[in-house]
Design a protein around this ligand. Structure first.
Ligand code: CAA
Length: 289
């Protein structure tokens, strides 16, 4: 299969990442089958897409008509078996290995034998996910960054069993999606999260220790290191639960205490303070949700 044979992309999971991926795929002219486990989750995903397209139309980067066409290319479904119609599938479900393994086992049964199955996992082992299928050579990482419609990078992750062909296909597809892919090895956190997540974690420790207020810590990193947003606002954007999941993986896989999560992150997850998506994290978003 070459990238030109891909007409329809399956996206599993309509959360922040899945909806962003569905949006860029549809904007690049692909048909998209977007699957989640409830109507409420699918509706939430569509709202995220509508809001993002709205921003682009407001900026004059897209016409109202164009936005409608993009939405029209996305089909919602609750059935995983509908992925049978996809020429490549990108999974963006929960960051839990058990969930991914189960999903990939099912996708393996449902999808045609030549179809490449990609995971948007931000830190889990592609090699382990691939082992849950009968096509480990066709399982690859395609890791997008939040907000997906804005950030150019897609990390293309080659597991131990992933074929060079599958990597090349994913790489070419990312280019067709208008993204800037970089190939990386299947190591915990790949390139970006191995570096970025410990940075955000350190900011959470600094906050806990009272080095500065959340506002001061973030402003300092913007003024002093030219960051577009501060590390605590970035935690809120990424999701405190997602960042904690990545830290747990880095900590467990490398066995290095430098990756230990700041206890405040665990507390915030327990309290349901997950960042923007729940309206509260290090900052308050109740007005914007
Ligand atoms: N859809 C479409 N457009 C969007 C958008 C969205 N969801 N979000 C922002 N934009 C657009 C805005 O409309 C604006 O457009 P113009 O430049 O044309 O005016 C532009 O992006 C900038 O947005 P804002 O002016 O609202 O605010 P900003 O300058 O702070 O930019 C940001 C927002 C792009 C999110 C920027 O703050 C940023 O790049 N932050 C860092 C994000 C980052 O590091 N992400 C990686 C997280 S790690 C990850 O995702 C991986 C993981 O696995 C955990």
């Amino acid at each position: 299969m070459t990238v030109d044979d891909i007409k329809t992309i399956g996206v599993v999971g309509a959360g922040t990442m899945g909806s962003g991926i569905a949006q860029v795929a549809a904007a690049a002219g692909f048909g998209v089958i977007l699957r989640d486990i409830s109507d409420a989750a699918l509706d939430r995903g569509f709202k995220i897409i509508e809001r993002s397209l709205g921003k682009l139309t407001k900026k004059g980067k897209l016409t109202e008509e164009g936005a409608k066409e993009i939405l029209g290319r996305i089909t919602k479904t609750l059935e995983l078996k509908d992925m049978a119609g996809a020429d490549l599938v990108i999974e963006a479900a929960f960051e839990k290995m058990e969930v991914k393994k189960e999903l990939f086992g099912e996708l393996d049964k449902v999808c045609r034998s030549g179809v490449v199955l990609a995971s948007n996992t931000s830190s889990l082992s592609i090699t382990e996910i691939a082992a849950a299928t009968s096509r480990p050579d066709k399982v690859v990482g395609m890791h997008f960054f939040n907000p997906v419609p804005v950030l150019p990078l897609v990390e293309i992750v080659q597991g131990l069993t992933t074929s060079d062909e599958a990597v090349e296909l994913a790489y070419q597809l990312a280019l067709k999606l208008g993204k800037s892919p970089i190939k990386t090895k299947d190591q915990p956190g790949f390139i970006v999260n191995r570096i970025l997540v410990p940075y955000m974690n350190e900011a959470a420790f600094a906050y806990m220790e009272g080095v500065g207020t959340a506002e001061e810590i973030d402003q300092a990193m913007k003024w002093g290191a030219n960051m577009p947003i501060g590390p605590l606002a970035l935690l809120d954007l990424v999701g405190i639960d997602v960042a904690l999941d990545v830290l747990e993986v880095l900590y467990r896989e490398f066995g290095d205490p430098k990756f230990r999560p700041a206890p405040i992150l665990r507390q915030m997850v327990r309290a349901g303070y997950l960042g923007r998506k729940t309206g509260k994290g290090f900052f308050d978003y109740t007005e914007k949700v």
